[in-house]
Write a protein that binds this ligand. Structure first.
Ligand SMILES: [Zn+2]
Length: 163
């Protein structure tokens, strides 16, 4: 079972309500929410603010503007790198043997990478990029998430829990 908050793989999750959303969370994260079906749900939506919402808001004020987060960028390997590599290799008319030979890697390694079972390290990824003339890295902004239907900009719970 994957915790929907921190993404950890745990033996079991608990249904909790956090910030109005129902989530499956690991026991660790469940502490931040209300157990689903607890009897003391009071009032209408919006009237009853959860502790975590208040803490997020306080933290956000401390951190200054949301621009801090807009500027936080990281470079990550693209999600479908395997497919991109395979298609580029095929379009150059190389089979796995030829390609792995050409960059001095084991065929098995390349096969695993092409099926997204193995993430190439930076060095290997760059080598593949050069050999096939493709881009495997993407710049993503970290922690900038639009909350659907929420009021204004919010940090995500995930951000809050990680820090
Ligand atoms: Zn968790």
């Amino acid at each position: 079972m994957l915790c929907e908050l921190c993404g950890k793989d745990v033996p079991f999750t608990r249904s909790v309500v956090i910030g109005g959303a129902r989530l499956e969370a690991c026991p660790e994260c469940a502490k931040f929410g209300e157990e689903k079906g607890s009897s003391h749900s009071e009032g209408s939506a919006g009237g009853n603010r959860t502790v975590i919402e208040q803490r997020l808001e306080r933290r956000q004020k401390r951190m200054g503007t949301k621009d801090v987060y807009a500027q936080a960028k990281t470079v990550e390997i693209i999600e479908d790198y395997g497919k991109v590599i395979r298609e580029a290799r095929q379009s150059k008319g190389m089979d796995l043997d030829q390609f792995s030979d050409s960059i001095n890697e084991k065929k098995g390694t390349i096969a695993k990478i092409e099926s997204n079972k193995l993430i190439p390290d930076d060095k290997l990824a760059k080598k593949i990029e050069r050999a096939l003339d493709i881009k495997l890295f993407d710049t993503v902004s970290a922690g900038l998430v639009q909350s659907a239907g929420g009021s204004g900009n919010k940090m995500t719970l995930g951000d809050f829990l990680k820090k």
